[in-house]
Design a protein around this ligand. Structure first.
Ligand SMILES: C[S@@+](CC[C@H](N)C(=O)[O-])C[C@H]1O[C@@H](n2cnc3c(N)ncnc32)[C@H](O)[C@@H]1O
Length: 199
């Protein structure tokens, strides 16, 4: 069984500590996000990355944000309205991470960049989940995974739910992605960047 984030804890995702250890704009621009791009945020929560991404891509770009939790999405909607962000579209997905309706046709091959931040340790059937979302990336589109390091810590998910860097790297290779680079960001998090191969 995986351990899904408790929406009652959602304010923690925007804490000052997190802003220090995961500077969202800096990470996204360093990974190549820029103006007019299409950015997909899978497991977006209450928008810690979606909101700065919407600013970076600007009015000529789009952000599509997916989550299973209506509470997280409502919180994100409120934050987006308060910041007058208009290039952000939200999607509620079911427990398998699959969107209702025919968004597969709408979003297929559309994304320049996709983020799965602090998400994969919460997901069961990872190969199927990753494959489903990869269809939304363009050829040579970029996937960024950020997650908790696999070690004992006072904060974050329980040790047994954490995914080691090489476990995620193997999953991405098996999904036929080209691994570009992996970084230990700090004592808590790692980042993996992988690109979709041209077909
Ligand atoms: C720890 S939060 C991280 C939120 C955001 N990515 C961030 O870094 O601030 C994980 C989020 O993933 C969502 N989630 C869990 N399983 C999911 C799934 N199968 N599909 C989509 N979202 C999921 C949870 O509802 C939660 O909002």
């Amino acid at each position: 069984m995986t351990q899904v984030f408790n929406p009652a804890q959602r304010d923690k995702l925007h804490s000052d500590n997190r802003k220090k250890s995961l500077p969202a704009k800096k990470i996204l621009t360093a990974c190549g996000l820029g103006e007019d791009k299409v950015f997909l945020d899978v497991g977006c929560g209450n928008g810690y990355f979606s909101l700065p991404a919407a600013e970076i891509v600007g009015p000529g770009g789009e952000v599509h944000a997916f989550d299973i939790s209506s509470q997280m999405l409502e919180d994100l909607q409120g934050r987006a309205e308060a910041q007058q962000i208009e290039n952000l579209k939200l999607y509620q997905v079911n427990n398998s991470g699959v969107c209702e309706g025919n968004i597969q046709g709408e979003l297929a091959d559309s994304g320049d960049m996709m983020l799965m931040a602090n998400l994969l340790h919460e997901v069961s059937n990872l190969p199927k989940f990753i494959q489903y979302y990869l269809d939304f990336l363009k050829d040579q589109g970029r996937l960024i995974v950020i997650d908790w390091r696999k070690k004992e810590m006072e904060t974050g998910p329980d040790y047994q739910h954490r995914l080691a860097v090489d476990t995620v790297q193997n999953l991405l290779r098996e999904a036929d992605l080209e691994l570009e680079y992996s970084r230990i960001l700090n004592d808590k998090y790692y980042l993996i960047v992988a690109d979709k191969k041209s077909r």
